[in-house]
Design a protein around this ligand. Structure first.
Ligand code: MG
Length: 382
């Protein structure tokens, strides 16, 4: 297996920590780390992996960390342009973008512009700027390797046929902690109930998005951009066991699925070692023990995430960005117990209906403007 030089952006988050675990297992060389502000954990990571460079987004925390790691030979960066500088300095083979939210867009763009392979866990980059990101990737001949279990599955399934032979993509969704529950039940669910995901261990933001199916909605948009497939050809099925990670249906009505135990380490390792596969990264899948795999249609009347995402995509332009910004703000407020779980979908729908961003050009500046506008809308309408 080729030892690759990797940068892990968002290294103290859930994906970041799992990436470092995979890197440790695979013997990959971690040459750069980026964290927002969790400097205690970042310090531990720097001491273990000895990267030549690290970025701390929060300026005060960066100063603090500088003092704490005076004894180490690591270049510590902060401020605008820090990611670009780190990429230029350490010349990685691959950048893993595990940053949460629209904050990850700058890392995606910097990686592509530097011509480096991007292992993308930050789906928001494609949700808010899919056209820009995929166009730049083409221009710079950059490969985007999905670090999202569904998209990694589709990426693998697509190898079974040609582009013109693809009939549809079928994304699976666990259904989250409230699968099968009624709208009435959702009225009074607590933050603690929402954060108990049945199958996957993830950060708080995405766990809330799984419960609303907003995550699945964003994944439909993500798949559209990643694989160049029209959204009406992307279906969603609830699959509570999270063993089939997604499927591709071909024109002959043959369906190819990718399966494994639900463990993100496998998805991350596949991106890090691609086009090779490493030995025994995750536990064996024992279908005899699992016995049955179930599939259900999405209950669109109770869970609005997928239909909201399709609506935003149909409005086009900056509307997916509006939906993402409004949702990020709402999830933050939900976690602070400032808005009820069941109230979120209506606010998102109103936000899409009431913000007028038709015919506004899609560029980085306007993306940030639309994001800000959506957040303000939410704050003033909760
Ligand atoms: Mg996913």
């Amino acid at each position: 297996m080729r030892v690759k030089k990797i940068i892990v952006a968002g290294s103290t988050g859930s994906i970041g920590q799992q990436t470092l675990a995979a890197a440790r297992y695979l013997g990959m060389r971690v040459c750069g780390l980026l964290a927002h502000s969790s400097i205690k954990l970042l310090e531990d990571q720097i001491r273990e992996f000895s990267p030549s460079c690290a970025v701390v987004v929060d300026e005060e925390k960066c100063k603090e960390l500088k003092l704490r790691i005076k004894d180490l030979d690591v270049c510590l960066l902060c401020g605008p342009g820090a990611i670009e500088e780190m990429i230029a300095k350490v010349k990685p083979d691959i950048v893993v973008n595990g940053i949460t939210g629209i904050a990850g867009l700058s890392c995606t763009l910097a990686t592509i512009r530097a011509g480096k392979t991007l292992a993308l866990a930050n789906k928001e980059s494609l949700v808010v700027a899919g056209e820009l990101v995929t166009r730049l990737a083409k221009e710079h001949s950059v490969q985007i390797l999905p670090v999202d279990s569904e998209h990694s599955a589709i990426f693998q399934c697509l190898m079974a046929g040609t582009e013109s032979e693809v009939k549809s993509l079928i994304l699976t969704a666990s259904g989250g902690p409230f699968f099968g529950k009624s709208g009435e039940f959702l009225e009074n669910v607590s933050v603690e109930q929402v954060l108990k995901h049945p199958n996957w261990e993830m950060g708080e933001k995405i766990t809330v998005d799984c419960a609303t199916l907003m995550n699945k909605g964003f994944e439909v948009l993500e798949a559209g951009w990643l694989f160049g497939v029209d959204l009406e050809k992307i279906k969603v099925l609830i699959h509570p066991q999270s063993v089939v990670h997604s499927m591709v249906e071909f024109v002959d009505n043959s369906v190819v699925a990718q399966m494994s135990v639900p463990d993100m380490t496998g998805v991350i390792a596949y991106a890090l070692t691609f086009p090779e596969r490493a030995q025994s990264v995750i536990d064996e899948l024992n279908l005899g023990k699992i016995k049955s795999l179930d599939f259900f249609e999405v209950d669109d009347k109770t869970f609005h995430g997928v239909s909201l995402a399709r609506k935003a995509a149909a409005l086009g332009g900056l509307y997916p960005c509006v939906l993402n910004g409004a949702n990020e703000q709402l999830v933050e407020m939900f976690l602070c117990r400032e808005v009820k779980f069941a109230a979120m979908a209506k606010i998102l729908d109103d936000c899409l209906a009431n913000l007028n961003l038709k015919n506004v050009e899609i560029n980085e500046e306007n993306i940030m403007f639309a994001d800000d506008l959506a957040r303000k809308y939410v704050v003033s309408h909760v």
